[in-house]
Write a protein that binds this ligand. Sequence first.
Ligand SMILES: [Zn+2]
Length: 145
Amino acid sequence: MYCPFCSYADTRVLESRLTENSLRRRRECPECSNRFTTYETAVFHLTVTKKDGREEDFDIQKIYHSIAKACSKTDPATLMQLTKKIEQKILNKKNHPVKTTDIGRIVLSELKKHDKMAYLRYASVYKSIEDPLLLKKELKAIALG
Ligand SMILES: [Zn+2]
């Protein structure tokens, strides 16, 4: 890491701290003594295949917003946790690119564990349950449970 102040080729790490999404490092330049902070995050590129066959970059924000819409009563921290869990499942899928229908299925299975109503809302908004009979069955199961 080059010093942003003087371009010196080495910096000293004063402190490392693990945050939720990154590794935060407080650094000092041995040459000019200026201090600055760096954040280390994992970068990965994941492509998803849509129903019509087109490909697009995987965007975790989309997942977050779609589940936020379905889980109206859930606080942002819990939503973030849920999103991370879903993201991990998607990243760990063996076959890439991942199909959006597979992503929908992963989101549904996590929502089902989290909140039955949110699960149904998601399923109806995103038409993730394509079979109307299956949706009916799910609704009935929730009504009974
Ligand atoms: Zn420097």
